[in-house]
Design a protein around this ligand. Structure first.
Ligand SMILES: Cc1cc2nc3c(=O)[nH]c(=O)nc-3n(C[C@H](O)[C@H](O)[C@H](O)COP(=O)(O)OP(=O)(O)OC[C@H]3O[C@@H](n4cnc5c(N)ncnc54)[C@H](O)[C@@H]3O)c2cc1C
Ligand code: FES
Ligand code: FES
Length: 470
């Protein structure tokens, strides 16, 4: 039986585990404030907050209910627009009303929930953070300026430090109803669901790919749900090696303090993936198993020459991630295997790493071409290099030949043009809605330049840059 707290009510339900949370909220529970827009995670009209206990701390994040299976709400506090209503308008609703940040109102519950998520954020509230909180919401009629002003006004009203924004403080200031302060105790009383993965079932972690592609199957077929499984949600470090469980979300990877030390720009790089609510849900295992040739997290970890760990009733199997992709949407994986983790050597201080993505829109768009590079230098010589590229072949590619060509060579400018020639031989892009094959070839050439320009700002690659214009 699935048990959750929906706003202030404890709910036990035997409704299907694969039912979209959105439908459960609207049709089973009659809470119509949460709207149905795209049902594809794009618009944020269905946005709700998910509160979960991490140890003794209650953590809230925004999620899209259209792509969340009911099973993933087990043991959680799910907050809809009805759940933040108090007496009169709360400060978030007041800011939206005062600044004229609503017209038809269809998107408004989603925006209120995104900004309520900002109030409850486990991270410091800054102006940048306030604007980013809205990155998963679309509005067709108001225009975004007034919404941004509302976000900034709310940020200015909130204590920046998370410790100064306890549930009690937020309730006292009227941002939340008082019942929130009882939620940690109430959630602690819900026992976790314990089901082992069974062979032959569909695997589901965040649902952000699966629900878009095969929603009916999730509803009807038996599913292995991986979100919330503690063993799969861990990031661990041992002897210079990092292991990331398959259910770790993009948000948790980007926010991990140790990974931030080794990849100082990881938050910036991951901000190019989807939107805040999708990053709060979408996990590394799903990104890999979805087998998209442009999966951003795959491209990031491919350049590090990561391994993948696959679990089945027969045991654990480890293989290089670059060998996991056999052909378009074909994986070296049996139906009984699920992804348990990825593993890679943490880059040392002599390693330079960079990620690039080009898409039609900067945010909330999938890549036309993406690429990552990881380089170890000894003086002027490239000792070791990992270069990955997406959107230029049927699978996410580790560019072995290009890497072999560059390894051991001194980094002089003419090397880039030669490397590009090897790289162009190695890739095989096709024309599709994200661009022609020729355009993708040009993009990757430009991104090769971007990698070197970013990693070696002290050097000039002017001749190679000029050649890009021809
Ligand atoms: C609006 C929107 C924007 C997006 N933008 C981007 C983007 O910019 N970049 C990007 O890379 N992706 C993007 N995505 C895709 C998606 O969010 C990511 O691929 C995400 O990481 C998928 O993870 P998930 O946990 O939600 O996967 P799920 O949907 O749960 O699963 C995806 C696939 O993996 C399988 N699977 C899940 N877990 C496992 C496991 N442990 N072992 C084996 N198989 C498993 C499922 O059966 C399914 O085939 C976007 C999606 C949406 C809806
Ligand atoms: S309905 Fe559009 S994101 Fe859910
Ligand atoms: S106010 Fe109409 S869609 Fe936003």
């Amino acid at each position: 039986m699935i048990t959750l707290i929906l706003n202030d009510r404890l709910i036990r339900t035997d409704r299907p585990a694969g039912l979209p949370l959105l439908d459960f909220i609207r049709y089973d529970q009659g809470l119509r404030g949460t709207k149905i827009g795209c049902r594809e995670g794009d618009c944020g009209a269905c946005l709700v907050l998910e509160g979960r206990l991490i140890g003794e701390r209650l953590r809230y994040r925004s999620i899209v209910s259209c792509l969340t299976p009911l099973a993933n709400a087990h043991g959680r506090h799910i907050v809809t627009i009805e759940g933040v209503n108090g007496v009169g308008l709360n400060p978030v609703q007041q800011a939206i009303a005062d600044l004229g940040a609503t017209q038809c109102g269809f998107c408004t519950p989603g925006f209120v929930m995104a900004l309520s998520g900002l109030c409850l954020s486990e991270y410091p509230v800054t102006a940048e953070q306030a604007l980013a909180a809205l990155d998963g919401n679309l509005c067709r009629c108001t225009g975004y300026q007034s919404l941004r002003e509302a976000a900034l006004r709310i940020a200015a009203q909130l204590p920046a430090a998370p410790e100064a924004r306890s549930l009690a403080v937020l309730a006292e200031k009227g941002f939340l109803p008082a019942y929130f302060t009882q939620i940690p105790e109430r959630l602690a009383g819900i026992a976790p669901l314990r089901h082992k993965p069974r062979p032959g079932r569909i695997h589901l972690t965040g649902g952000t790919d699966l629900f878009v592609q095969r929603p009916d199957e999730v509803l009807d077929a038996p599913v292995n749900f991986f979100a919330g499984k503690k063993a799969l949600e861990k990031i661990s470090f041992r002897k210079g090696v990092c292991t990331i469980g398959s259910a770790v979300t993009a948000t948790d990877i980007a926010r991990n303090p140790v990974l931030q030390q080794h990849f100082p720009r990881i938050r910036e790089h991951f901000s190019l993936i989807a939107s805040t609510p999708i990053r709060n849900m979408g996990a590394i295992g799903g990104n890999i198993a979805n087998a998209s040739p442009i999966a951003d997290m795959v491209i990031f970890f491919l350049a590090l020459d990561a391994d993948i760990l696959l679990r089945s009733p027969q045991g654990l199997r480890q293989l290089p991630l670059k060998r996991f992709f056999l052909g378009y949407k074909q994986l070296d994986k049996t139906p009984d295997e699920h992804i348990e983790a990825i593993r890679f050597a943490l880059p040392g201080s002599n390693i330079r790493f960079h990620f690039e993505k080009v898409s039609k829109r900067t945010y909330l768009d999938i890549a036309s071409v993406n690429t990552a590079i990881c380089m170890e230098m000894n003086g002027d010589t490239i000792v070791r290099i990992g270069l990955s590229a997406g959107g230029v072949g049927p699978v996410p590619m580790f560019l072995t030949e290009t890497c072999n060509f560059l390894s051991g060579k001194p980094l002089i400018e003419s090397l880039l043009a030669q490397a590009d020639e090897v790289m162009q031989q190695e890739i095989s892009p096709i024309s599709d809605i994200r661009g022609t094959a020729a355009y993708k070839r040009l993009l990757l050439r430009q991104l090769l330049y971007a990698h070197f320009a970013e990693l070696f700002p002290e050097r000039s690659f002017a001749a190679f840059f000029q050649s890009l214009k021809r």
